[in-house]
Design a protein around this ligand. Structure first.
Ligand SMILES: NC(=O)c1ccc[n+]([C@@H]2O[C@H](COP(=O)([O-])OP(=O)(O)OC[C@H]3O[C@@H](n4cnc5c(N)ncnc54)[C@H](OP(=O)(O)O)[C@@H]3O)[C@@H](O)[C@H]2O)c1
Length: 446
């Protein structure tokens, strides 16, 4: 058996703890797979006094990242602290010191992945980042390797467990409330977003500050990574249209259900004739679509290749064990390559320059919920405005008229329309005197 492969961990939290545990508990199995034992030389943390979920050999835990970066016996650095900085600096320094890197850092890889990968490649090293998207679900390796023969045409994903948990709760609460109302009982809960968020926070599925998840940024980072690999061109997070889930109401779930849809936060990147359109937004999805059945904290990614057709990946997108599975797989891959003599690693950076288009270029169907005054001719005015922009109505229904306030709610489903035209029509409709508010505007995907 070859010499030991030295591993240095930066971070020993949820993911780092899971990785350290797997390396200690499965040491012999991993050694047989790789042809050399993997040994954790150092694990750097911020607070040495914190209790840990894993018992490391004496002298391994350190409060000094320098020990990881400067020890020649560390061959591979595992960065699992998260955030752009100081993680980025640590990774650059690890590369400069001749060490391969494994990271779970979606934000850093989404924003600076190509530069970091080029830096690594220039030094005959590699950065592996399977854990940055979809936790334990294999996605990066399939995009980098197994689907390489394909021209990927679309990536459609539920890639944030927190929001999927919240949306699933809202849908279930809505269904339960509907059943109660049929029995003549008024439900106690509101079935609203705030209630579902609070429950997710209590269960540890949402962070105390949930902004990154509920506003769609986390999903956008993951989509940027997948789209850049899948389309072999750089898709920056800033080029992705992002909408969060905070404005959805129990009503939207009720109407979605009545119309045969579910509401999901979808991360979608597609090739169109003019370029790539990428978006993260809550959307209507037909109930019979595979992604519509992905509930709770589960993640799923549906890729479409010109040779494979549709391929679906599904599983647990977060948590210590699933994520450690992805980090350790990357570690084993790199360790094996070191055992084989550190042969040059393949370069994975973007190569094309396909234009990234705004959502204006999109063509799809739409669901719109509008509060209007309950007076004759309102629907005609709205239909006229949509028509002026080339948008035709597929179905419309009037809901919840309030006799005292003389207001009503209109739910409109459109035929396929260009998003630019639809947005222009919405601005005009919002300005009509008979319209109080365009309450919800969602794409119908699928
Ligand atoms: N949690 C998941 O399910 C999951 C899934 C996929 C990807 N990821 C990604 O994995 C990474 C880590 O996430 P996590 O959930 O494991 O985070 P976490 O539980 O908060 O752990 C972060 C660890 O990093 C250490 N740390 C932070 N700043 C440091 C610094 N400047 N120097 C040294 N150590 C530092 C912390 O030390 P202390 O322990 O002393 O505070 C802690 O051990 C992130 O990029 C995250 O996006 C997480």
């Amino acid at each position: 058996m070859a010499r030991e492969i030295g591993v240095g961990l930066i971070g020993l939290g949820v993911v780092g703890g899971g990785v350290a545990r797997a390396l200690l508990e499965r040491r012999d199995y991993f050694a047989r797979q790789v042809g050399a034992p993997l040994v954790v030389r150092h694990a750097a943390v911020r607070d040495l006094a914190k209790p840990r979920t894993v018992a490391l050999p004496p002298g391994v835990l350190t409060g000094d990242v320098e020990q990881v970066l400067s020890d020649p016996a560390v061959d591979i650095v595992v960065e699992v602290i998260g955030g752009e900085e100081p993680a980025g600096t640590f990774i650059r320094r690890a590369l400069a010191a001749g060490k391969h890197v494994v990271t779970a850092n979606k934000e850093l890889m989404a924003k600076s992945g190509p530069e970091l990968l080029a830096d690594a490649h220039g030094r005959g090293l590699d950065i592996m980042f399977e854990a940055s998207v979809g936790g334990g679900i294999p996605l990066i390796a399939p995009l980098r390797r197994d689907l390489l023969a394909n021209r990927i045409t679309s990536i459609r994903a539920i890639i944030n467990g927190t929001t999927n948990y919240i949306l699933t709760s809202m849908a279930r609460e809505g269904a339960a409330a509907e059943a109660l109302r049929k029995e003549g009982i008024e439900p106690v809960g509101s079935g609203g977003y705030q209630e579902a968020l609070a429950a997710a926070q209590q269960l540890g599925y949402a962070e105390p500050d949930p902004t990154n998840d509920v506003e769609g940024y986390d999903a956008a980072y993951k989509l940027a990574i997948m789209a850049s690999l899948g389309f072999r061109t750089r898709v920056r997070p800033s080029a992705i249209h992002v909408e969060g889930i905070t404005k959805l109401t129990a009503r939207d779930f009720q109407y979605a259900h009545e119309l045969g849809y579910v509401i999901k936060l979808l991360a979608i990147a597609e090739r169109t004739d003019g370029g790539i359109v990428a978006r993260v937004a809550p959307a209507f999805l037909p109930q019979n679509e595979p992604l519509a059945r992905v509930d709770g904290v589960y993640n799923a990614v549906q890729l479409e290749g010109d040779l494979t057709g549709q391929v679906l990946f599904q599983g647990r997108g977060a948590g210590a064990e699933p994520t450690s599975s992805a980090v350790v797989a990357d570690l084993l891959d790199l360790a094996h390559s070191i055992v084989l003599g550190n042969r040059e690693r393949k370069y994975w950076g973007p190569e094309g320059d396909t234009p990234i288009l705004g959502v204006d270029a999109l063509e799809t169907r739409y669901y719109v919920r509008v509060h209007v005054s309950d007076s004759p001719g309102v629907l005609a005015k709205i239909a006229q405005t949509l028509g002026d922009h080339g948008v035709s109505i597929a179905a419309v229904s009037q809901k919840e008229a309030d006799a005292d306030e003389r207001t009503a709610e209109l739910v409109i489903m459109t035929h396929r329309a260009r998003e630019g035209a639809m947005q222009a029509a919405m601005r005009e409709i919002a300005g009509l005197t008979v319209v109080a508010e365009v309450a919800t505007f969602l794409r119908v995907e699928g």
